[in-house]
Design a protein. Structure first.
Ligand SMILES: Nc1ncnc2c1ncn2[C@@H]1O[C@H](COP(=O)(O)OP(=O)(O)OP(=O)(O)O)[C@@H](O)[C@H]1O
Ligand SMILES: [Mg+2]
Length: 130
């Protein structure tokens, strides 16, 4: 588990996830997808939650990685619209990170309320080319 309270914590989390993906023999493409998704979700904690958060990750056997990103912040407003691909502009970015992260992962569940946000994402090992 890594506590996310600064950009440096995001780097620390990503380095650990990279090592886990490597140890499970994930392809570089899958590893990049996981890294981008985790970067976006953890950056959202810093940009939007109004508080700090955590990221946890674990192997699912030898074929998958489960990532949990959680904060006790203000929750995601207009989640429906965001997931439908409507850009919900903020001062902080383009409004594409959350949906992008969802598309990069194989399973993606979001639980958000005024008490905070918990996202559980899974990536399964794909075929390895080259
Ligand atoms: N952890 C969170 N807590 C509260 N609100 C969030 C959280 N994550 C996302 N949001 C809300 O969802 C919106 C969409 O997030 P998304 O990552 O897609 O876009 P963005 O962060 O605004 O821009 P980008 O990621 O493209 O830089 C954000 O603008 C913010 O309002
Ligand atoms: Mg974002």
């Amino acid at each position: 588990m890594v506590v996310i309270k600064s950009e440096n914590d995001i780097r620390i989390a990503i380095n650990s996830i990279r090592l886990l993906a490597k140890s499970l023999d994930f392809s570089n493409v899958d590893m990049q997808k996981i890294i981008v998704a985790v970067s976006e979700l953890t950056q959202n904690i810093l940009d939007h939650s109004g508080t700090i958060g955590i990221v946890k990750f674990e192997a699912i056997g030898t074929r998958g990685i489960r990532i949990v990103v959680e904060d006790r912040g203000k929750g995601i407003d207009q989640l429906e619209r965001i997931l439908q691909g409507h850009k919900v502009y903020s001062q902080k970015g383009l409004g594409l990170g959350l949906l992008g992260a969802k598309r990069l992962m194989d399973e993606f569940t979001i639980d958000t309320s005024k008490e905070g946000t918990k996202i559980i994402a899974v990536k399964w090992k794909g075929k390895k080319f080259g």
